[in-house]
Design a protein around this ligand. Sequence first.
Ligand code: ADP
Ligand code: MG
Length: 560
Amino acid sequence: MRVLRTLDGRSYSGYRELKGAYDLGSYTLHIDHVQGDPFAPPSRVRARVHADLLRLDEKLLDNVDRRVAVEDFLTRRLVAGMEALGLQRRGSGRSGVILIDTPGQVVLPRSSVCVTSEAIEVRLAVGLPGDGRRIRAKDAEAMFVDDLPFILLHALSRSTFPFDELSEHVTLYCNQCYIRSELTGRGLIAFVGDGAVLARRNGISELPMDANLAVPFAAPDSLRVTWQLPSGKVMSGMGVPKGVTLIVGGGFHGKSTLLQAIMRGVYNHMAGDGREWCITDETAVKVRAEDGRRVSRVDISGFISNLPRGRSTTAFSTQDASGSTSQAAAIVEAIELGARVLLMDEDTSAANFMIRDARMQALVAKEREPITPFVDRVQELHRSMGVSSILVVGGSGDYLDVADVVLLMDEYVPIDATHNAEQICAKFPARRTVEATAPLSPMRERSPFPLTLGARMERMDVKSRTTFQYGDEFVELGALEQLIDESQTRAAAAMIRYALARYANGAKSLHTVVGQVIDDVYEQGFAVISPYEGCSGFYALPRPFEIGMIWNRVRALVIR
Ligand code: ADP
Ligand code: MG
């Protein structure tokens, strides 16, 4: 890198001249984006090694699922390699750092590594070395000539590569995809494998509870299903059928933990997580109350009507939703985006949205209560719209009347209590009146609008997994429990920006627009949403639901 030597000691902005591609023998370096000073977000580079270095079996790359698993495995190996190297600082601020996106417990399509039959491309962030605002060229050279090749060779050389581990990683991922793709055909919406460890180490950890503390999952016999997997393995566990499933049981008996595992089962967990055989319909959406959020022209009239002062609920808008209106809107928005399964937990639901019992019906006349409680819609959602629900309801026996399956959690062991619940319903009839007077109206789709004429694209910045800044607005995403990785949030922000410019036209539905962006990323790679030439390595693919849910929450974006 001769050009580097001419930069030594010059002002840091001179690094801009480095933009471009360099053949460094063992790899090709692409410098795509150069930081302004040593304290700014690190520069973005790509390092390409020839496919011959690793000579992966072609079969590993001829299908999307396998490729995702391979790229995830290589990313994890690079992460481990960098940790082993223990990079030293090479000046002020972030000088000398080399970063790669670090996956968590879940395997996601990511931009960190891209494998083709010709090359393996690794996308990194590097802190170009400086002393204050002076370029430290020798250190920069050492990073590109010593550190980076060391990391690449350490992780990607054929001679030391653990091909068996790679093969296991890929097989597990493909088996998981297989079960998910077969669920619908077998009339199921979720599967929880026998032996699964659902509980986490603590309330803020994603790691599994110690094996000697956790009660492993065991399916009730009546709900047990088995799969013959493509790899030959046979897997048994609990199949949750379409329809309405209740999870009941005493407090602290593991109800929410089971629902959380089901909610996370829309993703594939890596070996050792404990939830690798928790597989859920990919369209399952966790719905919850979220007071204070904005809602834009959502038809919630099936759940809420006759608001005080004649306020519309067929196109309900607010900058500050209540618990019940936010939960109603979340349900409608999820179905609008294609959800076939709703997941709800009493812990995060609005009590008055879930139920109105006989005594309250006697005290407050139906005309004075805008809410049609969910208990009176949940069966209809299944029968007329094909939308199933799994609900954690420990506190209201009125739900037993509308359940197809009742799972009783007893000291972390699920028992099929469906029959027992039927007998109880016959013996103690609920005296409440069903409050759904008119059928649910068909879903109306809403359309996102492009930016109004003359409005400039606001700055979009992802601060963390749960906060997204659009212009001056901070959008709180904590309620999106299935948005699990900061790189998903980052990708969603870039995808919304891309879709605003390309697909949002005020006529296409949100569902269509989001689907088009995801198709583009699958077909052309993450580079299509990257704000600079090349590709950022810090994206992970979100589901269409999470992209739509973020869009729905940005007050500055118009959806009608
Ligand atoms: P509930 O929703 O029924 O009140 P939770 O699901 O919140 O109960 O679980 C209560 C506690 O029990 C949590 O601390 C959780 O980590 C723990 N727990 C849940 N499932 C298991 C299990 N299978 N084995 C051991 N501990 C568990
Ligand atoms: Mg709970």
